[in-house]
Design a protein around this ligand. Sequence first.
Ligand code: BTN
Length: 153
Amino acid sequence: MVQATPFLLVLFLVLGAHSLSAKKVLSSAEFPALQCSLTGRWVNDLGSNMTIKNLFANDFTGTYYTAVSATGKIEPSPLLGSQHPPNERNQPTFGFTVHWTFANSITVFTGQCFVEDNGREVLKTMWLLRSHVDKSGDDWKATTVGTNVFTRL
Ligand code: BTN
């Protein structure tokens, strides 16, 4: 019994140290690297999809295929955007413009790329859609606003 005491003491010390280190809170420098890249194919909650390609540095181009339209007609339309360079959390903010080829309208999107708890990437955006009106008196009704959430296709 006397010989068992030092052994038990060492055992308790080892187990205690292990449980302490297991509960240690990660500092921001120790977070596992997150990856949120804008490039690739995305679909949003309306069923619209877009392809974003790398262009140069933090600027990008792509093609947007909307699922809905105020005009009835729909064609693939070019997009042009810019993102912040990846930081230590790599969840960049971005903005892009879609020049609709089939309507006299323009949409600007702004948002951020997030990695969700399940590891999936998601783009949370807000947009402004500017439609053409014939006279300045109609300016009040020319801009609509909304949100779209994009997930990877
Ligand atoms: C238009 O109707 O004038 C052009 C098409 C606009 C489509 C809008 S842009 C915001 C929203 N999100 C989409 O994916 N499509 C609609």
